[in-house]
Each structure stands twice: as C-alpha cells, then as structure tokens.
Design a protein around this ligand. Structure first.
Ligand code: ADP
Ligand code: DP6
Ligand code: CO
Length: 322
C-alpha cells in the first residue's frame, strides 16, 4: 500500500502523564490511565510521494511548516527506518478537536498518524506495536490507540505501551472554555517542570501511588474512588506546573470556577469530578445516568459536550481519504 487513512480520538487522562524519563525514546516518568473519547476525532491520510524532496503536512486544509512539520517528519523518519523505505510522504489531517488547546490533539493526531503511516509504509503492526510507535510522536498518543480505558505503564522502549483496562461506564462532560492555542506546548512545559519545579519529585511519587490506587478502584468498579483520584491528581499536576520558574498557569478563572461548581454539585448530591489537561478547558466525569444533569449545570461556563468511552485507532476505507 502507498496510501492509507486512519482515525483516532483524543483521550483524557484520569491519572496524568507529566514528565519524561527519556525524551528521545519518549519514555514517561510514571504510568498513566485515561478514557478515550467518542467525539472530536482526528482523521489522517498518509500518501507516499516518491518524487518529492521533503514531507508535506496539511492540517485542516492549511499547509503547515515550522515545529509541527518537524514533529511529523521526525516521526515519519522512524517509520521509514522501520520499513526500510526512504520515500517522503504527503500527510493530510483534519482535527475535529481544537488544536493545541489542552484537549489532547497531539494524542488523536499522532495515534491517527501512527496507524495511517504504518499502513502506507507496509509495516504490519498489531495494536501494541501501533501504541509503541505512536508514543514517539506524543506520549499521550500511546493511549489513544486503545478503545475505552487505557493504562500506559512507564516501562522501557519495548514495554512502554498502552493496554485496555476495565472501568465502570461513565461519561465525560467536556467544557470548552477557550479553543485557542496554548502559548506553551505540553512538551515545553514538561521540560520546564522537570528543570525548575521544586514539586517535581513529589509529583512523581504521588502519581505512582495514584496509578496503583486507580487500578484497584477500577478493579472494584468504584466510581467514587476513581473520581477522587482523578480530581486530586489533576490539581496536583497543575500545582506542580504553576511552581515552575518562570511560572506557567494553564487554568483560567473560568476553569477554577468549574472545579468549584463541580464540588458544589457533589455537596448537593450529584456526583461528578473534574480534571484538566495542559490548557484552560475542563473535563468532568459522571455516571451515565447523571451526565445530563451535570452537563446542564455547566453550560454557563462554555460550550459543553458529553462524551462516552470511544473507539481505538481505526483504518478507514480509501473513499474517506483526505
Ligand atoms: P494538545 O493539548 O492539543 O495535545 P500539545 O501541545 O500537546 O497540545 O500538542 C499540540 C501539537 O500537536 C501541535 O502543535 C502539533 O505539533 C501536534 N498535532 C496536533 N494535531 C496534529 C495532527 N492532526 N497531526 C499531526 N500533529 C498534530
Ligand atoms: C496534561 O502527550 O501532549 O495531557 O509527549 O511531549 O507530546 P508530549 O506531550 P503530551 O502531554 C500530555 C500531558 C497531559 C496529560 C496526559 O495526557 O496524560
Ligand atoms: Co498533547
């Protein structure tokens, strides 16, 4: 095959990945756990272009250069090396998720690219192999290959892949506060955290514990414990990031207002828990039967979409190529 199209969805971590042990192999400092969404997909077509002198990257119909193109080329270099094929490629991608807004576009983006590129370059990979490959594009993409709920163990180059984990059915209410690009990418902010945040060691040890507690809460089907671990872990990540020098504030006043509102909802008997990635947008988990009431309580803060656990990365027919 010389052309292939794949789709993948963002995932939102309930126990966050924030920090790298090895930034070449993209090995994380800790394991993490996430829910893959069923909306906001990325669709990506990769077509080998034997005549071209460089890779070409289009996102949402615009030709992209600079750092995002370099990230795509670096990723395709790995695929080319594994495949033993030197040809450049044209990559056309469409994000339904806001790009670089803290809603995991790098996760859906590199999961879709990993699957489409591996097919276009004739690699025959199973889902664990695609997850391992996607990791090299963006750490969080490791988990978007897997449907529903995924755990990504820290591991080494071979074992640092995501796998499915059972968790109680839930909904994620995504509140888009600001769909604009963040000023500092996750990658930059992660580096600054490791270099300058005095809370980094505590972040790492508390996240290792959070992941073990999360695994046992999932095994017990215990939504309440899952929710508590999720919210605490998210706020600890933001505290660690805010302690950088110079500081980084991803949460906006409206984001904090949503965290407060979610606590009030709990106090009034509606169980929900909030989390936020590296951006101002907030994602709230609730039991399926409570999702409509939680969504209704959050519309005052932004545009609200309720999502269920979604599919893993999937290949599409040629008729859906971009
Ligand atoms: P986010 O919170 O959206 O994941 P990041 O800072 O982690 O933000 O990553 C944003 C970067 O991910 C973009 O600047 C671009 O380099 C890359 N990216 C996003 N979408 C795609 C895509 N569809 N294909 C390839 N790369 C993408
Ligand atoms: C806050 O995977 O976007 O969303 O590996 O450098 O591409 P790179 O960073 P990225 O970081 C994700 C950070 C997070 C938490 C998470 O998804 O686990
Ligand atoms: Co990202």
């Amino acid at each position: 095959m010389t052309k292939a199209t794949a789709r993948a969805y963002p995932n939102i971590a309930l126990v966050k990945y924030w920090g790298k042990r090895d930034s070449t192999l993209m090995l994380p400092l800790t394991g993490s756990m996430s829910m893959t969404l069923d909306d906001f997909p990325t669709t990506t077509t990769v077509e080998r272009t034997p005549e071209a002198a460089a890779d070409h990257f289009e996102l949402n119909g615009e030709v992209i250069e600079g750092e995002p193109l370099r990230r795509v080329t670096k990723f395709l270099d790995l695929v080319r090396e594994q495949a033993g094929i030197r040809e450049f490629a044209a990559v056309r991608s469409k994000n339904e998720v806001p790009t670089a807004a803290g809603l995991a576009s790098s996760a859906s983006g590199f999961a879709a690219l990993a699957l489409a590129a591996s097919k276009a370059y004739d690699l025959s990979l199973d889902p664990a192999d695609v997850s391992r490959l996607a990791r090299r594009g963006s750490g969080s993409a490791t988990r978007s290959v897997i449907p529903h709920f995924a755990v990504w163990r820290a591991g080494d180059d071979e074992t640092s892949v995501a796998e499915a984990i059972d968790a109680p059915d839930m909904r994620m209410i995504v509140v888009v506060v600001n769909a604009g690009n963040k000023e500092i990418s996750s990658r930059e902010a992660m580096k600054r955290t490791a270099l300058t945040s005095p809370f980094n060691d505590a972040w790492v040890s508390s996240t290792e514990q959070a992941l073990e507690s999360m695994m046992s809460a999932c095994a017990d089907n215990d939504f309440t414990r899952i929710g508590r671990i999720t919210e605490t872990n998210a706020l600890r990540m933001h505290a660690t990031i805010q302690a950088c020098d110079p500081p980084i504030l991803y949460l906006a006043p409206t984001s904090l207002a949503i965290f407060n509102k979610v606590r009030e909802l709990r106090e009034s008997g509606l169980e929900a828990y909030a989390t936020a990635d590296a951006g101002p947008n907030v994602c709230v988990i609730a039991r399926p039967e409570d999702a409509d009431a939680v969504a209704a309580a959050l519309v005052e803060f932004g545009s609200v979409r309720t999502m269920a656990p979604g599919p893993g990365a999937e290949l599409l027919a040629d008729s859906e190529a971009l």
